[in-house]
Design a protein around this ligand. Structure first.
Ligand code: SF4
Ligand code: SF4
Length: 108
């Protein structure tokens, strides 16, 4: 089990969640952030601080965003387990699901 970042993060990326994660497992892509499914320790600290409620416990991910579980997992297919997001910085890619989205209104 893991936590998942879903669509509301896309094109917003305010990164409040990164500050809270005790294991530094929230990685930054071009248009969204991604939680490493194996590095996440399910502490739940990130979930309440997200201003747009983009973070869900895997089983609680709303039906329309269920695919984001796969997006968070597959984002790391070619990265493996880097063991820390801060040293990676911005990773110059997105999962195809997210890359294909039209620009998202960020509520501003
Ligand atoms: S706090 Fe929410 S919107 Fe901000 S980067 Fe994290 S998941 Fe994305
Ligand atoms: S649940 Fe905890 S370990 Fe997992 S991403 Fe959120 S803050 Fe990090």
């Amino acid at each position: 089990m893991t936590y998942v970042i879903a669509q509301p993060c896309v094109d917003l990326k305010d990164k409040a969640c990164i500050e809270e994660c005790p294991v530094d497992c929230i990685y930054e892509g071009e248009r969204a952030l991604y939680i490493h499914p194996d590095e996440c320790v399910d502490c739940g600290a990130c979930e309440p601080v997200c201003p747009v409620e983009a973070i869900f416990y895997e089983d609680d991910t709303p039906e329309q965003w269920k695919d984001y579980y796969k997006a968070n997992v597959e984002f790391f297919d070619d990265l493996g387990s880097p063991g820390g997001a801060s040293k990676m910085g911005l990773i110059a890619k997105d999962h195809p699901l997210i890359a294909a989205l039209p620009p998202q209104a960020t509520g501003e």
